[in-house]
Design a protein. Structure first.
Length: 494
């Protein structure tokens, strides 16, 4: 099983930078043990003009059978033989994808401590896979790779070159070329699409494969025209996992659309300017944005609750997490969001890679969907849902309610959402329009109160309401906040 990655360069930007990105020195041949064999990394050529890294995977067919993952298992008469006589040692498959992830893990994540400027730089890349199973043929190969920016060359491999009348096999020789992709993007494309084309995996596909798919597919899978086929095949056509992945991908797409929207009256949090800083020349004229007022109200409510361990559910780009970190009363802060892109921005905002050890121990960013229960969210003092619920379709809201109030069950839950009655006060908002294009609903004060009281009663919480922003005597505040406090007998006894 064989794959090569080549880069071209110039004296100013030598192709041997590929060695830094892969964390493998071109002068050395290296060997790595994997669960199903041995992976070798070597460089057939390494010069300033052209550098090629080769990954050779020697599959241990006996180990594959002993683990019960060889092809041909089942009731067919030739099943036993098929476990030993198959294409696994020769054709690119999920075995090679796993080896890519294991051997080039730092490159796949876009990490390079020695040359931190390299991972984000597009490279003139050429990837060659001599033998690739392609269930769907050359047309499917092109449909998968071309939308990602690759120039694709596919050559069918004959069943037998001496007997051309037998026709072509299901294998192809694949060459991918691009000058505008980073190495990390290229590796993540291969990691997902090699097993998709083979339409099989050498290991049991469990629920954690959804997280792997979303991590590797971040930035390209949500908008891929063949998203459903990729998701289904990657997850071995397991319907429940495919449905979960598709729903989470849709949430990612909506979150990214939310980030790129031009008009964000209520949800946008602009970068602070010098005029907004504490040492501005005329602080008495400073205008405090609604987003800042909302964060201040949340912080005040968390202080009043006595919470020390806090979840920011739907943390977005980390503005609230950043504010929480500045207050040492909060000993553990966890930001959760479905969008890996948003979490990457949050990580940069928080400077996690340069944060001191003691400070870093207080904060964690996690990917997760609020539409599903998550054991990682249990046991916290408080959870915040700031401008989150209105981005869900109403039929999906009960799933979030149960995941937060029924499963995670923090002692305090803060929920903020726009008050639609206040929209008439926004001069720039056309009549009848929502504050943001992705809002699935916006509630009146009465509607929000009815929902909150129903959720509180169903799950053993009490609830109180607080206005956020100027409280207009006619239409109320721009933002409404509900504070849920657990009032079950168990909590009272504690």
């Amino acid at each position: 099983m064989f794959l090569t990655i080549s880069a071209t360069g110039t004296p100013e930007r030598p192709a041997t930078d590929l060695g830094y990105l892969l964390h493998k020195h071109p002068d050395n041949a290296q060997t790595f043990s994997t669960s199903y064999g041995t992976a070798h990394v070597l460089y057939p050529e390494a010069s300033a003009e052209r550098c090629t890294a080769a990954l050779l995977l020697e599959v241990d067919a006996v180990a594959l059978v002993r683990r019960g993952k060889g092809k041909g298992r089942g009731g067919a008469p030739d099943a036993a033989l098929a476990q030993y006589v198959n294409d696994r040692p020769y054709a690119a498959s999920s075995l090679l994808a796993v080896a890519l992830s294991a051997v080039f893990s730092s490159a796949m994540k876009g990490q390079c401590n020695a040359r931190p400027e390299l991972p984000g730089r597009p490279l003139p890349l050429r990837v060659e896979v001599p033998a690739l199973p392609a269930r769907g043929g050359a047309d499917l190969v092109r449909a998968l790779f071309e939308p990602l920016g690759w120039t694709v060359t596919v050559e069918a491999v004959a069943l037998d070159a001496e007997f051309p009348e037998w026709g072509d096999s299901r294998y192809v020789r694949l060459v991918l070329e691009s000058e505008r992709l980073t190495l990390s993007e290229a590796l993540r494309h291969l990691y997902v699409l090699l097993p998709v084309l083979d339409d099989a995996k050498h290991y049991w596909v469990s629920s954690d494969e959804v997280d792997k798919l979303l991590r590797a597919g971040d930035g390209w899978l949500p908008d891929h025209p063949e998203q459903q086929l990729i998701t289904s095949r990657y997850l071995s056509r397991r319907w429940s996992l495919t449905r979960e992945a598709m729903e989470r991908l849709e949430l990612v797409r909506l979150a990214e659309a939310d980030d790129s929207a031009v008009e964000e009256i209520d949800n946008a949090v602009a970068e602070e300017t010098e005029a907004d800083s504490e040492d501005a020349a005329e602080p008495e004229e400073k205008s405090v944005s609604l987003a800042v007022q909302r964060r201040d109200a949340i912080l005040a409510a968390l202080h009043a609750s006595g919470a020390a361990r806090v979840l920011d559910l739907g943390c977005g780009q980390g503005q609230l997490v950043q504010a929480l970190l500045k207050d040492m009363r909060f000993t553990e802060i966890v930001g959760v969001d479905v969008s890996m892109r948003a979490l990457t921005v949050a990580s940069r905002r928080l400077k996690l890679d340069r944060m001191g050890e003691r400070q870093a121990e207080r904060v964690k960013l996690m990917q997760g969907s609020l539409a599903y229960t998550d054991n990682r969210l249990k046991g916290y003092d408080a959870a915040v849902l700031s401008e989150v619920i209105e981005h869900l379709d109403l039929p999906r809201l009960p799933a979030l309610e149960y995941a937060v109030f029924g499963s995670a069950r923090p002692k305090t839950v803060l929920v903020t959402t726009p008050n639609v009655e206040y929209n008439v006060r926004w001069e720039t908002l056309p009549a009848g329009h929502s504050r943001h294009g992705d809002h699935r609903f916006e509630w009146t004060r009465e509607e929000f109160r009815a929902w909150a009281e129903r959720v509180a009663g169903r799950h053993g919480y009490g609830v109180e309401f607080t206005p956020v922003g100027p409280d207009d005597p006619e239409v109320g505040p721009p933002t409404q906040m509900a504070t849920f406090v657990l009032t079950t007998k168990e909590e009272k006894a504690a």
